[in-house]
Design a protein around this ligand. Structure first.
Ligand SMILES: NC(=O)c1ccc[n+]([C@@H]2O[C@H](COP(=O)([O-])OP(=O)(O)OC[C@H]3O[C@@H](n4cnc5c(N)ncnc54)[C@H](O)[C@@H]3O)[C@@H](O)[C@H]2O)c1
Length: 342
């Protein structure tokens, strides 16, 4: 694509989509030309906040506008599949919020369609654009943490109760995407247990366990019914351990130079477990706003026709885990195996 500004539209300006619209409005090398929402009051609000942007309640208006390059879709999850499909068929590049879609089969179809149409398809796995996650990934890839034994994520607080999806589909896409990215692996099987206390059939709290080739494992705790507000990732390697606390304002990343090792005394042949208690380091990581970095990445991919870090295949891997976790939830925590992605 030439140097002209990428023309973008945002569809769905509810709780989250309005943040995306604000970001695309502010980024200098793109033009937010349209905003679409079924709710006229939200369109009114957007007209006042982002002057000069056209608004419409008809998604078809976006498809029919030949000047529009890319659509950003932040509508509720069940609408993602039909809207993304229509946008790709209309020749638009597409960013879609997490969860990509509700079924792996839908994800596979959309990946093929994007490839066939030569379109960019990106999924909003926001945390992969977080500079701290980037730093941890670098540490894992350069073996600073050693072999990764296990990872556990907590994303809990009191609030954001949804009526259209459970806590698994609402929160866990972030954690699953981070875990798969850090380990560079897909799980072999998943187990999940949860409970619905507030609304029948919609789990408020879910505990998910991911197993990777009988070696590494990961655990995710998500809830909107919890006294604490926690957004934490803990990674235990055989050389070092790391904690990412996203609620800390400056000290988000802590590296613990701690480990435990088997040692053999060659005089007595006795075996010991040696514990090592080293320093705790808090490296400075420049934390630019992940949402802004994510929006910029989408625009760069559109302009340079590059495959996004969180492309359709990444979306598919996460949906497969969500689907398996949902099946396990429905079977009272029975393990559900996962076929590896193509
Ligand atoms: N990345 C993140 O951190 C993050 C955070 C919150 C939500 N999300 C995701 O963003 C999406 C939206 O979530 P939300 O909390 O903003 O939901 P919301 O219900 O607050 O907003 C959805 C908006 O989409 C509009 N809409 C519905 N169908 C539409 C259609 N066919 N065409 C145009 N507009 C339509 C609704 O009128 C509403 O204004 C979900 O996929 C959610 O999982 C992501």
């Amino acid at each position: 694509m030439d140097k002209r500004m990428v023309q973008v539209a945002v569809a769905g300006v509810g709780g989250w989509g309005k943040n995306l619209a604000r970001n695309y409005f502010q980024i200098p090398d793109c033009a937010l030309t349209h905003i679409c929402d079924l709710d006229e009051r939200k369109l009114d609000q957007m007209r006042r906040l982002l002057p000069g942007t056209r608004t419409t309640a008809r998604f078809e208006d976006l498809l029919e506008d030949r000047d529009l390059d890319a659509l950003v879709i932040a509508t509720p999850a069940p609408t993602h599949y039909p809207l993304v499909k229509a946008a790709l068929k209309a020749g638009k590049d597409v960013y879609v919020e997490k969860p990509f879609v509700l079924f792996a089969m839908e994800a596979q179809e959309l990946i093929k369609l994007a490839e066939h149409e030569g379109r960019i398809l990106m999924v909003g796995h926001l945390l992969l654009y977080h500079p701290v996650i980037g730093r941890i990934k670098q540490m894992i890839d350069t073996n600073e943490l050693g072999d990764i034994h296990y990872i556990y994520n907590q994303r809990v607080n009191l609030g954001a109760v949804r009526g259209d999806e459970n806590a698994l589909w609402s929160f866990a896409p972030h954690d699953i995407s981070v875990i798969l990215h850090l380990l560079g692996l897909e799980p072999t099987d998943v187990t999940a247990r949860g409970q619905s206390y507030l609304q029948p059939g919609i789990e408020d709290v879910v505990f998910v366990t991911l197993n990777f080739n009988q070696r590494s494992m990961a655990h995710i705790h998500v809830s909107w019914l919890d006294p604490h507000k926690i957004r934490k990732v803990t990674i235990v390697g055989n050389k070092r351990m790391v904690v990412f606390d996203d609620l800390e304002s400056t000290e988000k990343l802590k590296i613990y130079d701690k480990s435990a090792q088997h040692t053999t005394d060659y005089n007595t042949f006795a075996e010991y477990i040696t514990l090592r208690f080293g320093d705790i380091t808090i490296p400075h990581v420049k934390v630019d706003e992940p949402l802004q970095l994510e929006c910029q990445h989408f625009l760069d991919c559109v302009r340079e026709r590059r495959r996004p870090l969180t492309d359709g295949r990444d979306g598919l891997r996460v949906v497969k885990v969500l689907e398996a976790a949902q099946r396990s939830l429905e079977k009272n925590g029975a393990p559900v195996s996962i076929a590896q992605t193509f």
